[in-house]
Design a protein around this ligand. Sequence first.
Ligand code: FE
Ligand code: FE
Ligand code: ZN
Length: 277
Amino acid sequence: MFKIGCHLSSSKGYLAMGKEAVKIGANTFQFFTRNPRGGAAKPINEADMAAYAEFAKENEMGTILAHAPYVLNPAAAKEDLREFAFEVMKDDFHRLSFLPGSMYNFHPGSHVKQGVDVGIELIVDHINRVQEFNVNTTLLLETMAGKGSEVGRNFEELQTIIEKVERKDMLGVCLDTCHVYDGGYDIVNDLDGVLKEFNETIGIERLKAIHLNDSMNPFASHKDRHQKIGEGSIGIEAMERIINHPMLKELPFYLETPNDIEGYAKEIAWLKSLYQG
Ligand code: FE
Ligand code: FE
Ligand code: ZN
């Protein structure tokens, strides 16, 4: 079954997101756990989460994906910024324990002139601490475009992190198509080669989710600007190959394209028409 959804606003709660997803033809979705710039989260609403769980069962919803605020930097040079990242993710992780089977995606961090090795050590330490607070939510490292000093700019950096994490069984990778293409992995002309490299470096079984985005910028630009499906440098033919690739087609796909809800509904319908079940 094609598992496809998009990023939704979490302001009205889980049940509201579930209903909105179904309305636009999605069977999963992604959401920010709180303001993406890192503000306070709303109180835990267990009734809403339970109502969503019921709705999800009735509507055969797939795994939903929480996204950490993107301002968090577990690899920051300043300790107070690292502690902020830890406190936020610890709190989010605790919240997600009320939604069993969900996943939590985050940007590994930026090493800000400390060097990638120091950055990786800080990220590993962060993950090991955060994972103590929840044993049933899979944590996903997102593949990054490599702008600035982002860690996770290539598969090797992600694997170096994974190797050092204690709870590897609850750790995975979310591949963002815009990020990897901007990062220099040619998923347009050599998807097989890129996936082979992922498999040999990280192991394809670690891949748990796809962020499906076109890119505003050319190959290997290290920019990270998402574009609507089919309107960027990746293009619709490559997207069709991605959603139908035997190594990818059973994974959940989440759109993070610059769209309003009608735009997402159109992209979902288009991708569904291209998916070979
Ligand atoms: Fe992201
Ligand atoms: Fe992404
Ligand atoms: Zn991005």
